[in-house]
Ligand binder design. Structure first.
Ligand SMILES: *Cc1c(COP(=O)(O)O)cnc(C)c1O
Length: 396
């Protein structure tokens, strides 16, 4: 069955799906999507209760399993990722944990890029080994390095592209081939781009992970996550979720659902602001290097432009003078928010070496290229001129 058969909306373009997909009106015929704050659902009679519980009749039972508001959000995000199905989770980390718990068993391996979100690194590196699931971290982003790390027991190949904070870009199509040759699945954390800029499933990835906390909400309000892909895989994730409970709350689903409606325009505008800021930073004497996939100077610019619609909204840069100089930039910000979150309409600035990557050893940090002079900016919707003026104060 094609996607168009399953989702009648699939013929619509991305921007239309973002606003309309998955919406089913209740008996009140509301125009905006309803928020169903209910933990359980009532049955007509004992036989229906039995049928719903056994799954012979589809329908809502209990909100740990499903809720109409969450379902609408899932359907909309699935449509945007070009996925057969989507399972929403309480956070992005819950999406990653649920995927591993659903699809792996003791004795199997993960092959993962080294440059991944800090908590993902902790999960793979210190928690999963206690349950017999080990991860081989690949330091180099090349396809050959990934191929060399594969073992007969590799079940998942995991990447984040572009990566945090150095915006390293991984070749999704080529790594899907490596994973499939080895009998494994390619899982892509698509947090930095969102489906508005990059759709990994269309390039051969098997599952897409989201921290909906970031660009999908888009305004820094709620936590959420999602796993998108073929139904055969998301069904396994669902079985874990309905039993173990890292379910998305209906309220958070509703906020994210409304966030999806503006995702496309936000990503376009924030990417344009990021490009302007990256170009300006490259011209500043106090800046030694700028990391942004949209710049011609980025080592994987061509690959990034092949698999992303734009460079995205995360810009990192290295200032001359190490930690002292980097902190001076941060401490002179009056507009940029000093916070580690990203994906907000408000621009944020982070010093990775002393915050998000502060718990890893100095040697490991240096090995992964995160220097004391590195700063990461998640560009929002403010006027670029105001952002430049704010940064210029500390750079000068
Ligand atoms: C934030 C983030 C996560 C984790 O998401 P939470 O919603 O905070 O659990 C995972 N991956 C990436 C790339 C992130 O930025």
């Amino acid at each position: 069955m094609s996607l168009a058969d399953e989702h009648p909306d699939a013929a619509w373009s991305f921007d239309t799906l973002a606003v309309r997909a998955g919406h089913e009106r209740s008996q009140f015929n509301e125009h905006s999507e309803a928020l169903y704050l209910t933990s359980s659902f009532v049955f007509e009679n004992a036989a229906q209760a039995a049928a719903r519980f056994s799954g012979t009749e589809p329908g809502n039972v209990y909100a740990r399993f499903s809720n109409p508001t969450v379902s609408t959000m899932q359907d909309r995000l699935a449509a945007l990722e070009g996925a057969e199905a989507c399972i929403a989770t309480a956070t992005g980390m819950a999406a990653i944990l649920s995927t591993v718990m659903a699809l792996m068993k003791s004795g199997e391996h993960i092959v993962s890029s080294r440059s991944i979100f800090g908590a993902t690194q902790q999960l793979f590196g210190t928690i999963l080994p206690r349950f017999g699931v080990d991860t081989r971290f690949v330091d180099q982003g090349t396809v050959e390095a990934f191929r060399a790390a594969m073992t007969p027991t590799t079940r998942l190949v995991f990447i984040e592209t572009p990566s945090n904070p150095l915006t390293e870009v991984f070749d999704i199509a080529a790594l899907a081939e490596v994973a499939h040759e080895g009998g494994a699945l390619l899982v892509v954390d698509n947090c930095f781009c969102s489906p508005a800029l990059q759709r990994p499933l269309t390039m051969g990835a098997d599952l897409v992970i989201h921290s909906a906390t970031k660009y999908l909400d888009g305004q820094g309000r709620v936590l959420g996550g999602a796993v998108c892909g073929a139904k055969a895989l998301t069904e396994e994730v669902f079985k874990f979720l309905r039993t173990a409970g890292p379910t998305l709350s209906p309220f958070n689903a509703w906020v994210i659902l409304k966030g999806l409606e503006t995702l496309s325009v936000r990503m376009k505008a924030q990417s344009a602001n990021a490009l302007e800021l990256a170009q300006w930073l490259e011209a500043q004497p106090g800046v030694t290097r700028v990391f942004y996939p949209g710049l011609a100077s980025h080592p994987q610019h061509a690959l990034a432009m092949r698999q992303q619609a734009s460079g995205g909204a995360i810009v990192s840069f290295e200032v001359r003078g190490g930690r002292e100089a980097a902190w001076r930039v941060v401490d002179n910000c009056r507009l940029l928010s000093i916070t580690a979150n990203l994906g907000d309409t408000k621009t944020t600035i982070t010093h990775p070496a002393s915050t998000t990557h502060g718990r890893i050893s100095a040697e490991a940090r240096t090995a992964s290229g995160i220097g004391e002079g590195l700063l990461r900016i998640a560009v929002g919707l403010e006027a670029p001129a105001d952002l430049k003026a704010d940064l210029a104060r500390g750079l000068g």
